[in-house]
Structures are given as C-alpha cells and as structure tokens.
Design a protein around this ligand. Structure first.
Ligand SMILES: *Cc1c(COP(=O)(O)O)cnc(C)c1O
Length: 360
C-alpha cells in the first residue's frame, strides 16, 4: 500500500485510522452479516449508526437543543437554493461576497428574491475579507449570508459580521469542525461534507428550530423543504447512508483527539509551518492578506504561470498530489484539512524549500 499526501480541496483526505476501521467493518458490520452499503436505512442497526452520528456531532460542536441537525443529499450546492427557498419571507436576501462560492450562492438566491450584495472583496480578486462591522443591512433582509472559508480563494472570516439582528447563514463547507464554533451565533450553518469530514454527496445542516417553516410556497419541491427533513429524522427518502456512517466515524475520531479545541491547535500549528515558509520564500508568495488567510486552503503563487506549472509538476512527481491552484487564482493551493497530517505539511515545505534552492 502506498498513500500519497493528497492536498485536494475536495473530496479530500480522510483520517487513516477511520479508513482502516471502515475497512475492517466493510463486509460484516458488527455481526449484522452485511455491509453498511447494503443495509436498509429503516433497520435498527442503521438507526443506531445515525443516532450516534448525530449525538457525537452535537457533543463536538456543543449544539444547543433548539437547533436541528439534518443530513441532506446534494452537497453544499443544493443549500444555495434551499436557504432562500426556506427562509424567504420578505424576499430580500443580503449577501457578503468574498469569493467563488458566495458568488455562486448569491447568483442562485436571485431566482427566489432580491439579492443585495452588502459587501464584497471582488475589487482585489477576493484576497481579503471586507470590514463587516457596520454594513448596510436591509431592514427587510430575511438573512445575511456568508461563506465563512472560501475554498478557492483561500480566505477566512476571523470575526463574524454584524448582521444588525438579522439571521446569519454560513457556508462552512471547507472549515466545518476545524475549530470551535458558537452555534447560537447563527441561524443556519451548512457544510458539504467531502471537504473536511467524509465522502462526497451530502451536506450537514444545523438550523435553528424556529426557522423551519411549514408555510412555504407550495411549489417548493418536497425534498427541498427543511421541514420535510426535520419531521422525518433526515429519512423522508433514502439518505446517503454511507456518508452518514463515515462521518460518524470521523466525529468519534475527532472526539478521541480532544474535540474541536484540540483540532484548532493542531490546525493552527500545521498551517503556520506552511505560511512561515511562504513568508520567508523568495520564490512564492501567499495570495491572501495575512489577517484573513485560511487555515484550511493555502493559496500561493510564484507570479509566473510557467513557473507555477513547473512546481506543480515537480510536487506531483515527488508524491504530493492535487496542488494545482484553481484557475481563477492560479498558482498552487494546498488544502490542509483536519485529516492532513502535520508530517504531510512538513514534507511539502521541505520539498518546496529544496526546490527553491535548486531553482534559485
Ligand atoms: C465545495 C464547496 C461547495 C459545493 O459543495 P458540493 O458538495 O460540491 O455541492 C460549497 N461551498 C463551499 C465553500 C465549498 O468549498
């Protein structure tokens, strides 16, 4: 067996101990005589898997009782439309646009109401987070929306916006469970799980109970209504059983490491190794203003496309995969989620240092 250090933005690495445990249970899950892949979602065995996953997530994030946890198929993207469809009262939605994902979400919301972009960092190719302490929040806004960590552009909110009393909706896809989160600051948190948790094909939605409404436009498809999922324990139809199972394993693994405080310390130390090198390098520079740099997605460039491509090719040859930056930023991007071991980042930095020396 030979595993590479995989710096993919998503689907991304999962913790090796979790993969090994899944492997050991693959053919016969705990004496059930079948794989979780083959199991009825209505069975007692699967219900236990589900209940434990939810309970462990609640414990990890300290989720208050008045918030529901929903497991919904369709990844993060489906939430771009579920959020406006379900939270629409006045039909006015305020978006803070800090990169490709919040831009996409705002474009989708436009189909369901009036979108105000109340702040944006598009003037500098999304290399910073605007000051959100006193924004022109619309009196009629149904919510204020952010993408808390922009996966493509490599920036992150260090402080939540002042929403002036409006509900905050946050796309946490690429930072979910990377650090402690005060759930009561939000109305809705959602995350596609294939970035920082498990396999692709599902989003976790954490939503304040009173925001789950029944008086929606009747044209809203039944699957797209939060109340459908909430009233049926996320099993109105067949859920993504496999993803729920795998995510549950990751929750237990994170608990065993000491929870989100511990994860945050590890992530800060891990990202520092890479950022410290980038700050000292003459070949590379980070693309995001220091204060707003993501601990999860580290974007950097040489400033020359050909050189960028040569570095990416060299890293690949050396056993570091998926370091090519997104075309809208160029250069390189190292996604260093929870499951990327510190040794992986250290090995990458050692390689880049050496590459820089040899190509000086
Ligand atoms: C990847 C990503 C999405 C989209 O997730 P899908 O599961 O592919 O739909 C949305 N938001 C952010 C921040 C992402 O990184």
């Amino acid at each position: 067996m030979s595993r590479v250090y995989n710096f993919s933005a998503g689907p991304a690495m999962m913790p090796l101990p979790v993969l090994e445990e899944i492997q050991s249970e693959l053919l016969d899950y705990k004496g059930s005589g079948m794989s979780v892949m083959e199991m009825s979602h209505r069975s007692k065995v699967f219900q236990t898997i589900y209940d434990e996953a939810e309970a462990d997530l609640r414990e990890l994030m300290n989720i208050p009782d008045n918030y529901k946890v929903l497991f919904i198929q369709g990844g993060g993207t489906v939430q771009f439309s579920m959020v406006p469809m379900n939270l629409c009262k006045n039909g006015v939605f305020d978006y803070i646009v800090t990169g490709a994902w919040s831009k996409k979400a705002a474009a989708e919301a436009k189909k369901y109401g009036k979108v105000n972009v109340i702040a944006s960092s598009s003037d500098k190719n999304f290399s910073y987070i605007p000051d959100c302490s006193d924004l022109p929040v619309d009196d009629d806004a149904d919510y204020v929306y952010i993408c808390e960590n922009e996966t493509i552009h490599g920036s992150t909110f260090t402080k939540l916006p002042n929403t002036k009393g409006k509900i905050l909706v946050s796309d946490q896809s690429s930072m979910f469970l990377s650090k402690p989160c005060n759930v009561s600051d939000y109305g809705v948190i959602f995350a596609g799980v294939q970035k920082n948790v498990g396999p692709a094909g599902m989003a976790i939605v954490i939503i304040r109970e009173d925001l789950i409404r029944e008086d929606l436009d009747e044209k809203v498809p039944v699957y797209m209504r939060y109340d459908t999922h909430s009233e049926n324990g996320s099993m109105y139809n067949t859920p993504n059983c496999w993803a729920i199972y795998a995510c549950g394993k990751v929750f237990k693994y994170l608990k065993s490491l000491g929870g989100l405080e511990a994860m945050n310390k590890i992530n800060e130390a891990k990202a520092k190794i890479l950022y410290d090198y980038l700050d000292s390098s003459k070949l590379f520079k980070g693309t995001v203003e220091k204060e707003f740099r993501s601990l999860m997605n580290v974007t950097f460039v040489t400033g020359d496309e050909e050189k960028d491509a040569a570095v990416v090719a060299a890293t690949k040859k050396a056993g570091f995969d998926n370091l090519k930056g997104h075309r809208s930023v160029g250069g390189l991007r190292a996604s260093i989620y929870n499951a990327m071991p510190t040794e992986g980042v250290q090995a990458l930095v050692d390689f880049l240092k050496n590459y820089e020396k040899e190509n000086a």
